[in-house]
Design a protein around this ligand. Structure first.
Ligand SMILES: [Zn+2]
Ligand SMILES: [Zn+2]
Length: 262
């Protein structure tokens, strides 16, 4: 499968995404310089703390960029529909194309998206079947990075010993207080906002009530175990892979009895 880039032309989306990238850049540039490296040099913290920070930061930006440029749910080629499955397809009045049920038309993107969840301006893309897993990873790593940053901000002032060897003429140390206050403010906003969103997403998957897996068309369907639902979202049953943004998602082969509601 080659790399396919999906790019939504929406200036409002670019601004929102630009803000997220600014927050990420700000923390990734300043926090190690002001807190991690100086405290490591003075023996207050370990190299593992620096490595973890950069790792979380890397996972965060990779999931953001991939969720943003991934095609959220391209409509499949219209198959020769067998009679029994004809009711699973419907016509979109806006793009005049046949689409599988549970697809929705996004007016921002201008096309239908398979199993669309919502259009997210923060990634300037829809969240659909093919990038929902990346969106969940983005929420997870953003929370992790914000929490880590807030803990480091706190430790820098209240827990670590004061720094003795730093060069106070450097920009980052001359404006240390202001830079860390901005970082704390952004950390609290991000953590609060993303935690609420992440919680809603998880609850949606647990209760299988979001549009991604809306089974309202069949009341007799037994509720799936949450592991099965997550495996379908992430495209793998290997739970460790649910946390890795550097891979290609392949749709899981759904057993016949699930696919056909028998
Ligand atoms: Zn459409
Ligand atoms: Zn959209």
């Amino acid at each position: 499968m080659g790399l396919q880039i999906h790019f939504v032309i929406d200036p409002q989306g670019w601004c929102c995404m630009g803000m997220i990238i600014f927050v990420w850049l700000y923390n990734t540039l300043f926090i190690p310089q002001i807190i991690l490296f100086p405290h490591y040099e003075e023996g207050h913290t370990s190299a593992a703390a620096i490595l973890c920070y950069y790792l979380v930061s890397l996972f965060c930006i990779v999931s953001l960029l991939r969720a943003s440029i991934a095609d959220p749910g391209k409509l499949p080629e219209r198959p020769k529909i067998p009679l029994t499955e004809r009711e699973c397809w419907e016509l979109c009045n806006k793009c005049n194309m046949m689409r599988p049920k549970r697809s929705h038309h996004c007016s921002r993107c201008g096309h239908c998206v398979r199993r669309m969840d919502h259009h997210c301006p923060w990634i300037n893309n829809c969240v659909g079947e093919d990038n929902h897993w990346l969106f969940l990873q983005l929420c997870f790593y953003t929370q992790l990075l914000s929490s880590y940053t807030l803990i480091l901000d706190f430790c820098h002032y209240y827990y670590f010993l004061p720094l003795k060897k730093v060069n106070w003429d450097l920009f980052v140390f001359r404006h240390e207080l202001a830079l860390l206050r901005i970082s704390t403010f952004m950390g609290i906003i991000m953590l609060g906002g993303i935690s609420g969103l992440f919680y809603t997403q998880l609850m949606g998957i647990f209760t299988v009530s979001i549009s991604l897996f809306d089974f309202s068309d069949s009341l007799s369907v037994p509720r799936k175990p949450w592991q099965q639902t997550f495996s379908e979202v992430f495209g793998t049953r290997w739970k460790i892979l649910w946390f890795i943004p550097f891979r290609q998602r392949q749709p899981l082969r759904i057993p016949y009895h699930f696919a056909n509601h028998v």
